[in-house]
Design a protein around this ligand. Structure first.
Ligand SMILES: Nc1ncnc2c1ncn2[C@@H]1O[C@H](COP(=O)(O)OP(=O)(O)OP(=O)(O)O)[C@@H](O)[C@H]1O
Ligand SMILES: [Mg+2]
Length: 272
């Protein structure tokens, strides 16, 4: 007897069956150079980021980590291959994507509170809620007392926290973060990481998080992608099977954590 459509049991849609938020296929990025052939930075990178997935990218300095983030949000034109976000080719930053640059990009003529408020405005937080949201983020990011300070009056780590505040106020469904905690001391790094995980666990944003800190990558992410030296290829792609919610300090001593960080270290030590 032939089965009709109605006889086939309906399966709940598995998370894995959802289309990826980001699909990178065979991406090649080059930069022109005077008096030399173009500099090849990414060579044939393919990578998917699933809906709600937290992917960390690690790799040596100059390997192309910032470059891939810029390509994902359409700031760079591929020399080959393609980048799609939510099924569409990107040619300009899509509104659902928020970017936290490696070097903070604060508006120097706006105060801390006003810089964070830009995120709330762009993210469509109702005008009546914006001040409260900004105040909440200022406390969360330990910037109390600095709401009216100008960016030039802040330390590098404080500026990074303001950038994070702006991103969280914008609250995009895909966050691209370029070494967001790079300028922070260990304790602040752990507390910012906890905060990011708290928000991510509650709202399941998709995150691509670039860092050169392997322990940070393993502690936070679902998956760690390892880049080779330039031109970057993917030399490792690991699922991080550590339970959540994670205790960012305690987990660093666990055998599974140590094993994975050691494996990634050895990937990075591969000859190029
Ligand atoms: N706009 C640009 N024009 C020319 N070359 C560039 C440009 N942006 C990046 N590069 C080159 O591309 C390579 C990769 O740079 P990228 O910033 O992606 O590295 P990275 O992996 O983020 O390094 P780091 O860990 O130091 O931040 C470097 O050699 C850099 O000089
Ligand atoms: Mg970089």
């Amino acid at each position: 007897m032939a089965l009709s459509q109605a006889d086939i049991p309906v399966q709940p849609r598995a998370a894995a069956a959802l289309p990826p938020r980001v699909r990178i296929e065979n991406l090649r990025i080059t930069f022109p150079r005077p008096d030399a052939p173009p500099l090849e930075v990414l060579s044939g990178i393919s990578l998917d980021v699933a809906d709600g997935e937290f992917v960390a990218v690690v790799g040596p300095s100059g390997s192309g980590k910032s470059t891939i983030l810029r390509a994902i949000c359409g700031l760079l034109k591929p020399a080959g291959g393609r980048v799609r976000v939510d099924g569409r080719d990107v040619s300009a930053p899509p509104p659902e994507v928020g970017f936290m640059f490696q070097k903070d990009a604060l508006l120097p003529w706006r105060t801390v509170a006003q810089n964070i408020r830009v995120g709330a405005e762009l993210g469509g937080v109702p005008a009546s809620r914006q001040a409260a949201r900004v105040a909440e983020l200022i406390t969360l990011l330990r910037l109390d007392g600095f709401a009216d300070a100008w960016p030039k009056q802040l330390s590098g780590g404080m500026r990074q926290r303001v950038s994070l505040g702006r991103l969280l106020a914008y609250n995009p469904s895909l966050m691209l973060m370029d070494e967001p905690f790079g300028a922070l001391d260990y304790q602040t790094k752990i507390s910012m990481g906890r905060e990011l995980l708290r928000i991510w666990e509650a709202e399941r944003r998709s995150i691509v998080f670039v860092t050169h800190d392997i322990e940070e990558a393993v502690a936070l992410a679902d998956r760690v992608v390892v880049f080779s030296a330039r031109p970057a290829r993917i030399v490792g792609d690991y699922k991080v099977d550590l339970p959540r919610p994670r205790d960012l300090r305690a987990m660093r001593g666990e055998p599974a954590f140590v094993h994975l960080t050691e494996t990634i270290w050895s990937d990075l030590a591969l000859p190029v």
